[in-house]
Write a protein that binds this ligand. Structure first.
Ligand code: G6P
Length: 371
């Protein structure tokens, strides 16, 4: 009913709008901004565990796997430990190198995904410690882990994951800072600054939601009938591109692919013509110029450039058919939070425009408990 949806037309839209609160719930009680410290009351996550870890092993499916891909960039940069990110369905059937120096982190909203659970069990059999990131309290994955960081995002009803994803990101961000402190790879001041910018994120999202939603509505009128979409990003924005494409295909049934922008020349560029919208994630980070070159390549083949970039970026605006503006932050490591949400809204509005059953897309299940 409308009442359960708090006046929103779909659970998915309600959950998109709940993200500032969901992220705050993940952060609550876990940061001491003055001290520049992250604390986990949860059992199992100790400084000693982090000190002895030689490999971080992230295992997940679907949207949760995208959260893992983002975390690889954060943890390798801040903690200087190698991170491998696996699809659970691949991990479970591979000849593994896992041993007791590994820290395995299954990431799962439901805590019931069959492949992720199987991956957890295999990692444990190899002697790895297992700390899960999970939203559902008491779920199977949490019961079988040595410890769990709960995301506390609240129940997610829409099949396509939204607030569960950004709260997983928040949990992984905190874990990365905890690890950096334990290993001494970031000093207190740096950690404090990273906590401060993270604490600004919910407010920034709150301020932008309406504008992003209006942009998504406008764009959905223009773009709902295209059969294909390409999403491009580099670095932290590559997994965000994957997630944006996944959202679109899940709920609108438009074929969409996310790609590392630098890989475009090895395949997808062959598909670009005047009928191909290309969503380009182009913040002014260290690979901005590279992304602009990719945009030029799209333009010269008459692809339709829809960019996400920083407010006031006139250069990007000129190169793009459409620009969705995202606030510029002091530390772009929090960009995955900010760039994901406009893409969720774009997918949502396009799906609505196409008359799709947004909360229960065909052939998909909220949690996949069988293989
Ligand atoms: C299903 C859902 C996705 C989800 C994936 C992993 O495919 O439709 O939204 O990302 O499972 O689920 P989990 O509960 O393990 O995060």
């Amino acid at each position: 009913s409308m009442a359960e949806k708090a006046g929103y037309k779909h659970f998915m839209l309600k959950e998109i709008y709940e993200q500032p609160q969901a992220i705050l719930n993940t952060l609550r009680g876990r940061v001491l901004p003055e001290e520049g410290e992250v604390i986990f009351e949860e059992s199992g996550i100790t400084q000693d565990l982090i000190k002895k870890t030689k490999m971080v092993n992230l295992v997940a499916c679907g949207t949760s796997w995208h959260a893992g891909l983002v975390a690889k960039y954060w943890i390798e940069k801040w903690v200087r430990i190698p991170v491998q990110v696996d699809l659970a369905s691949e991990f479970r059937y591979r000849d593994l190198l896992v041993d007791d120096s590994w820290l395995t982190i299954p990431i799962s909203q439901s805590g019931e995904t069959a492949d992720t659970l199987a991956g957890l069990r295999i990692a444990k059999d190899h002697g790895s410690t297992v700390i899960s990131i999970c939203n559902v309290v008491g779920s199977t994955i949490t019961r079988e882990s040595d410890g769990t960081i709960y995301t506390h995002a609240g129940p997610e009803i829409g099949v396509a994951s939204t607030k569960a994803f950004t709260s997983q990101l928040a949990a992984l961000y905190l874990l990365g800072l905890f690890m950096a402190k334990a290993r001494g790879t970031l000093d207190q001041k740096a950690i404090k600054e990273k906590i401060d910018v993270m604490l600004e994120v919910p407010g920034l999202i709150e301020e932008e939601l309406k504008a992003w939603h209006n942009r998504a509505k406008d764009l959905s009128c223009e773009f709902s009938q295209y059969p294909n979409f390409l999403y491009l990003g580099r670095g932290l924005h590559f997994p965000v591109a994957l997630e944006g494409a996944l959202k679109l295909k899940e709920i609108s049934y438009i074929h969409a692919e996310g790609y590392a922008a630098g890989e475009m020349k090895h395949g997808p560029i062959a598909l670009i013509d005047k009928n191909m919208p290309v969503v380009c994630l182009a913040p002014q980070d260290h690979v901005y110029e590279k992304l602009l070159s990719n945009i030029e390549e799209v333009r010269s083949r008459r692809g339709i450039v829809i960019s996400l970039g920083e407010k006031g970026d006139e250069k990007l605006k000129k190169l793009s058919k459409e620009l969705i503006e995202v606030p510029k932050v002091d530390d772009r490591d929090v960009n995955p939070f900010l760039y994901t949400i406009p893409l969720q809204l774009l997918a949502y509005e396009i799906a609505v425009q196409r008359g799709c059953d947004v909360d229960q897309p065909r052939n998909l299940a909220k949690s996949v408990t069988v293989e």
